[in-house]
Design a binder for this molecule. Structure first.
Ligand code: SF4
Length: 383
């Protein structure tokens, strides 16, 4: 079996070239051909020695992902569904804005965390993506967009790992992919413009701060443990106090001086003024070492039938944001993009087959485990 060169960051490619008896600068040339020029045909890499090209044809290939579908939204958002084999597919979404082009990509086929408000979580976990499959989403989208927009210039300026999957549960594939995004010979993205979003895998946050510190977003979604246990099951393993401590540790190495907390606004579940005040208390304890420097990104929920949840009304989102803003916390409300193509946050399940029937299991559990909102509030008061 030959090696897929999309699986390598530059160090990995240099090690591969070394095995072929080639020097590191050859790996750099090859890396630039693949990532900067989007080339997969070794015969087209004309400044590589013919002998190297012949070796590469025997020992290597550059294999992206095949596109199952593409949907273009009226607002310019583009969603691709990529085939990753065995009935699995993952999605990537390009979101153009005036001053940036952001690509949201996936790290796993499905997700094992099972957040209640997330359609990917309801789909269940199929498998981790390889480094090559993570990078291939960027590789394809960047070069497609250059052709589509007829420009030789870079189109994608920001990458967010907020598609399908929990990136920190696929750590060994994630880190080389991030390094390829950051590498000046690859995509040359700034650390501040590459964001890993996690539901709070605390030990891996610490490792990421050492191995490849990029911007960090944390899916918080609740101001107290009883409610977060319910919405983000991983909280039972890594409760909020541990999570905030990990955020503070991360900030010592992060390219930004704040963590972005994602907060999905769920009607009647986590969107009351009391919840907002609890959040303020939580993050304001920074002076005591228990809080954290942060900004909040409030996300209007995109309802899907299996969730049994509804989007918070806009006035309630605004009132919630005002409490945070009045407390001096930077707060934004995410604009929904690509609604007409189901590309908005939490809608990235696409037509992927549910291989684990986890949605059914979650639905069964929900009737037993979930408590009414009033009970959750009561729990919190007791806590
Ligand atoms: S929100 Fe993220 S971590 Fe939670 S189930 Fe969805 S993909 Fe997984």
């Amino acid at each position: 079996m030959t090696a897929n060169l999309l699986d390598f960051d530059l160090d990995g490619l240099a090690a591969f070239c070394d095995q072929l008896g080639e020097k590191r600068f050859r790996a750099t040339q090859l890396f630039r051909w693949i990532h900067q020029r989007g080339e997969s045909n070794f015969d087209q890499m004309t400044d590589l020695a013919k002998s190297l090209r012949e070796k590469l044809k025997v020992h290597a290939h550059v294999q992206g992902l095949s596109v199952l579908s593409r949907h273009d939204s009226a607002d310019g958002t583009i969603k691709w569904l990529f085939n990753v084999g065995d009935g699995n597919a993952v999605e990537a979404v390009f979101i153009p804005e005036d001053d940036r082009g952001t690509l949201c990509i996936s790290s796993q086929a499905g997700c094992a965390v099972g957040c209640r408000f997330c359609s990917t979580g309801h789909q269940g976990f199929s498998r981790n993506l390889s480094t090559g499959e993570i990078v291939a989403q960027l590789w394809y989208a960047e070069h497609f967009l250059r052709r589509h927009l007829n420009t030789p210039d870079r189109v994608i300026s920001n990458v967010v790992m907020m598609g399908m999957g929990e990136p920190l549960q696929n750590y060994s594939a994630l880190v080389p992919a991030l390094k390829t995004m950051l590498d000046d010979h690859g995509y040359g993205l700034s650390r501040r413009r590459v964001t890993v979003s996690t539901s709070g895998v605390v030990p891996m946050m610490e490792r990421l701060s050492q191995d490849c510190p990029v911007a960090l977003a944390v899916s918080l979604h609740a101001p107290n443990d009883p409610l977060r246990d319910n919405l983000v099951p991983l909280n039972r393993k890594y409760p909020i106090a541990e999570l905030l401590a990990a955020c503070n540790q991360y900030l010592e190495f992060a390219p930004r001086d704040f963590i972005t907390f994602e907060y999905c606004m769920l009607d009647g579940v986590n969107d009351t003024p009391e919840h907002a005040q609890q959040l303020v208390q939580l993050v304001r304890q920074h002076a005591t070492g228990k809080g954290v420097w942060c900004k909040f990104n409030l996300i209007p929920f995109n309802p899907f039938p299996a969730s049994g949840l509804l989007r918070s009304p806009t006035p309630r989102v605004q009132a919630f944001a005002k409490i945070l803003l009045d407390a001096g916390i930077v707060t934004t409300v995410r604009k929904t993009r690509g609604d007409d193509i189901d590309a908005a946050c939490g809608q990235l399940a696409g037509d992927v087959r549910d291989r684990t029937r986890v949605a059914e299991r979650i639905a069964q559990q929900r009737t037993i485990v979930l408590k009414p909102v009033t009970d959750l509030t009561a729990n919190n008061k007791e806590a």
